[in-house]
Design a protein around this ligand. Structure first.
Ligand code: 6R9
Length: 649
């Protein structure tokens, strides 16, 4: 612990966190230094924990200008073999791989051993093959949070198909757009999902999507038993279709740089991007980060509350834990059903040791009072983690004190869909913590802060967060559009990966992520492009123009604030506001529901017609004193009427 002006912020690593840990502070320094001075040696060693059909001899081979990223290029492996078969082969077939906790607390818990997982993945893989799926094909997975979602991902990996998982909360329009973008002929879904007692019409949504784009085959898991339509020749019940498949399915040998999955994520412009991850680097990155960041010890129960539809679910429910032979809990439900103690009830029921969730959930549960937490025995908890958005110190302290009883480390892990796994975090046992700070770079990560002109900022300062060297888990491209990948991430600051986040580095070289500096908003830890919501709004026949910004929201972190101008002759009304909210839900999905609709006769524009978002953000934040220079506006009076509109709400 250093004696700096930030000393008051320190929270000491609890004494027991160090017991049995795989990384001390000194080892962190040693590994980190070596990961930069000898990256090839360091990463070859990490890769050595995996089984390779052909061990890589070429390790790092990358450039950020021009952009070409390769890791372990001549290596051959299969990630499903490493996540599943490898553990069975080593005699750990009876270890539980997945524990399933259903939405209904009285429902049936499933415990799936590595042996059973292998059998299930083989069955799913052979069903996909029977459907016609071949190596390199894209398979869309639109599933509830049930083990079959993980089986489907691993089955794709096993046969060399590329999975594209779509979060179960997305609308038919969003599904259609993603299916079309990666030309996915095959879809794995379920009759319905179940969340907080509510049924989600997954198959019906797929049917609606397939009214817009074609697909060759749909596998349907019977989950709730709800009524669904099945189209002859295209749709197949999984339980029937997979009945006669072989119990054997070899793992396809994959080149390290063969694609593993596509995951769509929002950016500041245009449609969501299909971020592409490849096999070898992603496997090494998720295996290594899970191992060090969560300090997993055999026999422990690990629970990440994310959904497999997001990258956190990919890397830290499925691949990271399973590559480490861990026991991971999969939860179908929501934190507040049947009551606000559900998370803690599940922790007690399954004696969870490592718990990983998002600040939005922590804030929502904090508001409900400590009683929901204290009535449960949480003595099994050994490590608490946070991910998805900046965690405010108040929520951090509640998480640490009330949930962790001040006795366990809290790690705040900063990373992104594009980074594949954790990039900045404190390591349990190694680093003292500072509430609100993510901490230190993981092995191999070189963060750099730059000013808006790209000038490098040294020392304790704030700036735009870039990463100057490649790491194994880095996304390789945007599916089908490499130029967009280059433009989005490597053109703002040439030769560097730009994260889109703002960040402060303090005198102890701890990093504090301050949030997005682009037109992406973070709603309950979910990324949403303001441009996406705007496009959805202007599709409505009564809407002329829309501008969307984020604004502070107590629970969600950021809320969605929409400025809307209407077509000539249309009048604003509460009914129309409700209709537009519903419209956006239908176009994108419930996570994009506007929190605030502000009808305005005009938007503030420059003389060249550019919307001045800076002003719109300030007004949404109720911060009217700091509007800055409005002299370039074509019609400065617009601002007055916007402020008036804001105050009248
Ligand atoms: C893993 C994930 C990425 C964006 C990222 C940043 C924000 C994630 C954070 C965090 C502060 C943390 N973010 N973790 N901000 N502290 N610990 O969330 O991926 O959905 O792609 O979002 O989320 O703004 O740029 P993704």
């Amino acid at each position: 612990m250093s004696d700096t002006d930030t000393a008051a912020e320190w929270v000491r690593m609890p004494a027991n966190a160090g017991q049995g840990t795989i990384c001390t502070a000194a080892q962190y320094e040693e590994h980190y230094a070596r990961s930069l001075s000898d990256p090839d040696g360091f990463w070859a060693e990490q890769a050595g924990r995996l089984d390779w059909v052909q061990a890589p001899t070429a390790i790092a081979d990358w450039s950020f200008d021009p952009v070409a990223i390769k890791w372990f290029e001549d290596g051959v492996l299969n990630i499903c073999h490493n996540a599943v078969d490898r553990h069975v082969d080593a005699g750990r077939g009876d270890t539980v791989a997945l524990i399933f906790e259903p939405d209904d607390p009285a429902g049936e818990v499933r415990r799936i051993t590595y042996g059973q997982l292998k059998a299930e993945v083989v069955r799913m893989a052979n069903a996909l093959k029977k459907l016609g799926v071949a190596k390199g094909d894209r398979v869309t997975i639109y599933m509830p949070m049930v083990p079959e979602g993980a089986f489907a991902m691993l089955a794709c990996a096993r046969i060399g198909a590329i999975h594209s998982v779509i979060f179960g909360g997305f609308s038919p329009e969003a599904i259609a757009g993603r299916v079309e973008d990666c030309r996915s002929d095959w879809i794995v879904t379920a009759d319905e999902g179940l969340r907080g007692g509510k049924r989600i019409p997954l198959k019906a949504n797929v049917d609606a999507a397939l009214g817009k784009v074609p697909a060759k085959g749909v596998l349907v898991l019977k989950h709730t038993g709800g009524e669904v339509a099945m189209r002859d020749g295209r749709d197949h019940w999984y339980h029937e279709f997979s009945q006669d498949v072989s119990g054997d399915c070899p793992c396809e040998p994959m080149k390290a740089e063969d694609p593993l999955f596509i995951l769509y994520t929002s950016g500041s412009t245009g449609k969501p991007k299909g971020v592409l991850h490849t096999t070898g680097g992603y496997a090494v990155w998720t295996e290594t980060t899970f191992r060090y960041v969560f300090d997993y010890r055999p026999g422990e129960i690990y629970w990440c509350t994310a959904d497999i539809g997001w990258v956190t679910g990919h890397s830290y429910i499925v691949y990271g834990p399973l590559l480490n032979g861990a026991t991971a809990l999969m939860f179908e439900g929501v934190p507040n059903h049947p009551d606000h103690d559900r998370f803690w009830a599940v922790c007690e029921k399954h004696k969870v040791n490592i718990f990983y969730t998002a600040p939005t959930a922590i804030r929502a549960l904090m508001r409900e009072g400590d009683g929901h937490v204290t009535k449960h025995d949480l003595s099994s908890l050994r490590l608490l983690g946070s991910v998805g958005e900046p965690i405010n110190p108040e929520a951090w302290r509640w998480y640490s004190d009330t949930v962790g009883k001040g006795a366990v480390p809290v790690i705040d892990t900063w990373w992104q869909t594009e980074t594949g796994g954790v990039m900045i975090t404190t390591l349990p046992g190694a680093h003292d913590m500072k509430p609100g700070s993510a901490g230190k770079p993981f092995f191999g990560i070189c963060p750099q802060l730059v000013d808006n002109e790209g000038g490098v900022l040294e020392g304790a300062t704030s700036g735009n967060l870039c990463i100057t060297r490649s790491w194994p888990g880095q996304a390789r491209t945007v599916y089908g559009d490499h130029e967009r990948f280059v433009q989005t991430y490597f053109s703002t600051y040439k030769g560097k990966y730009f994260t889109g986040d703002g960040c402060r580095r303090d005198a102890d070289e701890y990093y504090w992520i301050t949030g997005r500096v682009d037109d992406v908003i973070n709603v309950s830890g979910h990324r949403m492009g303001t441009a996406e919501v705007e496009s959805a709004l202007v599709l409505h026949p009564k809407v002329s123009e829309a501008a969307v910004v984020g604004y502070p929201h107590d629970i969600k972190g950021q809320g969605i604030y929409c400025y809307v101008t209407l077509m000539e002759g249309e009048e604003p009304s509460d009914d129309l506001a409700a209709e537009l909210r519903q419209w956006v839900r239908k176009e994108i999905g419930p996570i994009a529901t506007p929190d605030h609709l502000h009808f305005t006769p005009a938007l503030p524009k420059t003389r060249s017609g550019k919307i001045m978002r800076r002003i719109l953000r300030k007004i949404a934040e109720n911060d009217f004193g700091a509007l800055g220079d409005t002299s370039t506006l074509a019609d400065p009076s617009v601002v007055e009427s916007l402020i008036e509109g804001r105050q009248n709400r």
